[in-house]
Design a protein around this ligand. Structure first.
Ligand code: 8YV
Length: 328
């Protein structure tokens, strides 16, 4: 982080498309001529274009996409896009590259928070946490009883992790502490010191057959789109529990909803949705769906760190240094 007391000589003009945490805004104001967006709703495309006139850089985030069509219309003054996120499916990297615009993201700083929320989803789904909350708040709890809201233990179960990057590995670390056995699928096998005894499946479908619990931790891409469809859900053991804290596009919603309804799957814990902020309405009435509104990185510490990381990337660029988290 650039803690420096000496501001950059000529403050670059920075357009910000989302309303950011206060500490991030303060630092951005110190070092940039900032065009802030103060509403929680993302800045719409036409306002991005208008705001980008004469801007040197844009700080954006999911919800305010910069795809090819918009990138093509950006003024030549824009030389860098820093996203306040690790995911970059809302950007078009080849299109940015073609225009000579540098792009950065914020990996690492949100790994722990996202892995934590994955465990919350695993536990929330397997221990029927929402049903319990709902019963209390409806004042329908008639008292403890031996058969009430029995869920399923994590201890001794096999957890399949689809996507063993930083977040997948942090999920594995936590799940081990709950006594789970870790299986994983990744494009390539990890080194033993990263694998930590987890069993590698080159074939994702072979892993599904053995996964009593499944955690999706791969980025959105053409390769992962609709990964969890009806055919692959059928490969999971009956009564399996599925968790998605990665991106909604990894799942075929109709298929997941059908499997939760039929009892093929015991429960699901979901933090991310296709077409956010809308989610498939079929999830809402399902008691065995533990649903969160994309809270993966939502801690004060993490959101500040994401903002500072995005600013570090911008600072490096405008100081003529290598951008630490450059992705295009
Ligand atoms: C963020 C995320 O909360 O960083 C990402 O890719 O999905 C989330 O954890 C969100 O994108 C904030 O910009």
């Amino acid at each position: 982080r650039r803690e420096g007391k000496t501001p950059l000589p000529n403050k670059p003009v920075l357009l910000v498309t989302r309303c950011l945490p206060d500490a991030v805004v303060e630092r951005a104001k110190r070092d940039y001529d900032v065009r802030l967006h103060q509403q929680d709703e993302p800045l719409p495309a036409d306002a991005i274009l208008a705001g980008a006139a004469g801007a040197d850089a844009i700080m954006t985030a999911p919800g305010a996409p910069l795809k090819a069509e918009l990138l093509a219309k950006l003024p030549a003054s824009v030389r860098m896009i820093a996203t306040f996120s690790v995911g970059f499916d809302h950007l078009d990297l080849p299109a940015a590259k073609a225009r000579g615009i540098a792009v950065s993201n914020t990996p690492d700083v949100l790994t722990d928070a996202t892995a934590d929320i994955t465990l919350l989803c695993l536990l929330g789904a397997s221990r029927r946490a929402w049903e319990g909350q709902d019963m209390l708040r409806r004042e329908e709890w008639v008292g403890w009883n031996p058969r009430q809201l029995m869920g399923w233990s994590l201890g001794g179960k096999r957890l399949g992790i689809y996507g063993m990057g930083r977040i997948g590995r942090a999920v594995a670390d936590r799940a081990r502490a709950f006594g789970m056995k870790i299986l994983y699928h990744n494009r390539s096998r990890l080194a033993p010191e990263l694998e930590q005894g987890a069993v590698y499946y080159a074939d994702a479908e072979a892993m599904l057959k053995a996964s009593q619990f499944l955690s999706l931790n791969a980025p959105a891409s053409a390769e992962t789109d609709n990964f969890l469809d009806a055919r692959r859900i059928a490969l999971l053991p009956d009564g399996a529990i599925v968790v998605n804290t990665a991106r909604g596009t990894l799942v075929d919603d109709e298929a997941l909803i059908a499997a939760l309804k039929s009892g093929k799957l015991a429960a699901a814990g979901i933090d991310v949705y296709r077409g956010e902020p809308k989610l498939h309405p079929g999830y809402l009435p399902l008691k065995n769906a533990y649903l969160l509104p994309h809270l993966g990185s939502a801690t004060v510490e993490t959101r500040n760190a994401m903002g500072f990381c995005a600013l570090d990337n911008l600072d490096a660029f405008f100081a003529g240094k290598d951008v630490p988290n450059r992705i295009a």
